[in-house]
Design a protein around this ligand. Structure first.
Ligand code: PHE
Length: 351
């Protein structure tokens, strides 16, 4: 076989192998092809060796065709390498593809807001729109702020109304029993006019269907010249409508708190039975939301305000009670048990 024929044969072989590699679609077959033809012991390399032993007369023609075959295969292999790269890329893209039409993995649930957080957010929005400033105060506090300055001196019988967790400290400290301590902290630091709203945790030795040892209150108060009970009623009315809608029935009942005069308790129609009477409202048809009234002159005196010039109202409502009534929950304790199933029913955001 002449060199020319040999070159022709190798070229044909290569064409067949090339087609097979393309059809096979495997990048590693292309590298194998390169080794078979252009490698150190490859077919083209052998052909070049043969060329060296060719006779002087044959060499120019044979050299030309061998070189043509070599550069043809060289070029073809380059093209195949580019193809192999494409295949590899396609494989990666295929492997890492995200199918956005697949259903969301049920295992990853979006969290929801706690019912009390929802109510707090709504309340903050309403009171901000009425021009109230949000305040905070300590949960562990001195007796003075929680009791004495609120017209409940030592041994005052009204202290028994709130079973208190005391803290063993040299100076008498306690877990605040209500958010009314924020009234005293604020009034000692600021001068009237005041328009304050203060949500927070409070603590009492209590536990049944409508009481838990820790619960949430929202304290609100205004101090200015000429504040009357009508302002209190108007404010409560506005927030009630915002939370419960315009049709919910509510009522004031005369009541006693040492730090207000006159004082009242505030009830709303039971959300469970719509006022008909049930276990939750102890058959009364009403749910007590909290206390309110006109700030007692003794409180103003304790903080150094002129009680002949200023008047004010205050209220302290249970946010858990509001949440309970708003979402028709029969048992207040549901709010504190951290039951995933129960909490998952509430929306993921407030307003
Ligand atoms: N602090 C009272 C309570 O927790 C509620 C209240 C607040 C009453 C403000 C009157 C005025 O029971």
């Amino acid at each position: 076989m002449t060199l020319l024929e040999k070159a022709e044969l190798i070229k044909n072989e290569f064409e067949a192998d090339r087609q097979a590699a393309i059809d096979g679609g495997k990048p590693e077959a292309i590298e194998a092809l390169r080794v078979t033809y252009l490698g150190r012991k490859g077919k083209v390399t052998a052909l070049m060796e043969d060329l060296r032993s060719a006779s002087k007369e044959d060499r120019p023609a044979a050299g030309k065709s061998v070189n043509m075959v070599r550069s043809h295969i060289d070029g073809a292999i380059d093209g195949l390498k580019a193809l192999a790269l494409k295949w590899e890329l396609a494989a990666i893209i295929n492997r890492e593809a995200v199918d956005i039409t697949l259903p969301v993995d049920e295992g990853h649930q979006v969290g929801s807001l706690h019912p009390v957080s929802l109510i707090r957010q709504q309340l903050m929005k309403v009171f901000r729109s009425l021009g109230f400033t949000v305040m905070d105060g300590p949960e562990i506090d001195f007796d003075f702020f929680n009791f004495s300055a609120l017209n409940m001196p030592d041994n005052h019988p009204a202290r028994d109304m709130q079973d208190t967790f005391y803290v063993e400290t040299a100076e008498k400290m306690l877990l605040r029993t209500h958010t009314s301590n924020i009234q005293i902290h604020t009034m000692l630091n600021q001068q009237p006019p005041l328009r304050i709203i203060a949500p927070g945790r409070v603590f009492r030795v209590d536990n049944d269907m409508t009481h838990t040892p820790m619960f949430h209150q929202i304290e609100g108060f205004i101090v200015d010249e000429g504040i009357t009970f009508a302002h209190l009623k108007g404010t409560i009315d506005t927030f009630l409508r915002a939370i419960f809608g315009p049709t919910l029935k509510s009522r004031f009942r005369p009541s006693f708190f040492p730090f207000v005069e006159p004082g009242a308790e505030f009830d709303v129609e039971c959300g469970m039975c719509k006022g008909k009477g049930c276990r939750t409202c102890k058959s009364t048809g009403w749910i007590e939301i909290g206390g309110c009234g006109m700030i007692h002159p003794a409180v103003f005196e304790a903080v150094g305000y002129d009680s002949s010039r200023y008047s004010g109202f205050a209220f302290g409502f249970g946010m858990d009670r509001i949440a309970m009534n708003r979402f028709a929950l029969p048992d207040l304790r549901q709010l504190f048990e951290g039951d995933y199933e129960f909490l998952g029913h509430f929306p993921t955001r407030g307003n």
